[in-house]
Design a protein around this ligand. Structure first.
Ligand code: SF4
Ligand code: SF4
Length: 304
């Protein structure tokens, strides 16, 4: 294939909210003149499910994936962090773009699947549940809109395999929306909470090790089968991480804490702090004794 065409990079999103039955004309195929233009200048925000799919596809851990393929960004000031795909070094193209198209096509992120449709989760002030609305994004470089193929947004979502992606991202997307829409009423999150959000959202391998550890099992009253499920399935792990995040960030308790484990842990912490203090005191005493010995030695040398 020839050099990918360089698109003009304004992205005029039509500010019209559409339902799933909205029909539009669109077809993307390899023979089209703008082939790969959309992948040549990326701005792709990843969901936790995008990460589990891509890190599995690449055969690496989620920590490696985060290091090598993503850059963090602030979704909101002093709030939750997001991660975006890192483009090629010194460029704007996606690292997975090849002449034939997408080298990770079956595991491409949700926003690549959606394009040129944009998903907007909305929650009205007087509603308790969010609902999905869509927009069709028309960028000048994208010739797919000129193709004669009428398709509804719902059909397009099916065709692009995005329904499965949305199912596994829903719990996480809802909590991000809740945090964003609640504003100052939730208060600003501590650094520790923000770090926990990052790990539970984007580093599933580390989160799995944490959530199946001995101390976690001792601390929370959960059925053993649940731990088996989150050991075996990335999807079950994501569902659990969203549940735990709701508890940690919003105090929506669905995972009962074992009170005796909390007390035991506090007792252990106090004992460890006391042992540390005793050790520090012993070291200070020993240092003082050494100093006295040295002074006595210096005095005896002077006398000599
Ligand atoms: S992941 Fe694939 S579809 Fe998405 S931007 Fe990269 S090459 Fe394009
Ligand atoms: S038609 Fe649009 S989506 Fe398809 S390659 Fe061209 S720019 Fe990308």
């Amino acid at each position: 294939m020839s050099e990918p065409m360089k698109p003009p990079f304004e992205s005029p999103v039509m500010p019209v909210m559409l339902e799933g039955d909205h029909q539009f004309n669109f077809r993307c195929h390899k023979g089209i003149s703008c082939w790969n233009a959309c992948c040549s200048n990326i701005d792709i925000t990843l969901t936790p499910y995008d990460i589990v799919r891509l890190r599995k596809r690449l055969g690496i851990t989620s920590a490696q994936f985060l290091r090598e393929y993503t850059v963090p960004f602030e979704m909101e000031k002093d709030g939750l962090a997001g991660v975006k795909m890192k483009p090629v070094p010194n460029g704007t193209a996606c690292r997975f773009m090849v002449d034939e198209g997408c080298s990770v096509y079956d595991d491409r992120p949700a926003s690549c699947r959606y394009y040129p449709v944009g998903l907007m989760s909305l929650r009205k002030q007087d509603e308790y549940v969010d609902r999905d609305a869509y927009a069709v994004v028309k960028e000048e470089h994208c010739m797919g809109h000129l193709e004669e193929r009428p398709i509804t947004i719902d059909e397009y979502r099916q065709e692009q395999g995005v329904v499965e992606y949305d199912r596994h991202s829903r719990g996480w997307r809802q909590l991000v929306l809740k945090k964003k829409s609640s504003g100052p009423s939730i208060g600003s999150l501590s650094l520790k909470s923000r770090q926990f959000f990052f790990m539970a959202s984007y580093d599933p391998d580390t989160f799995r090790a944490f959530a199946t550890s001995e101390s976690f099992r001792e601390s929370y009253d959960l059925p053993p089968e649940l731990f088996d499920e989150i050991e075996a399935s990335d999807e079950a792990l994501l569902e659990f991480s969203a549940r735990l995040l709701r508890q940690v960030l919003f105090g929506e308790v669905s995972i009962p804490v074992r009170q005796e484990a909390v007390e035991e842990r506090n007792t252990r912490k106090i004992a460890a702090a006391e042992a540390q203090a005793a050790q520090a005191a012993a070291q200070r005493k020993a240092a003082l004794a050494d100093l006295n010995d040295a002074e006595r030695f210096d005095a005896s040398v002077d006398d000599y």
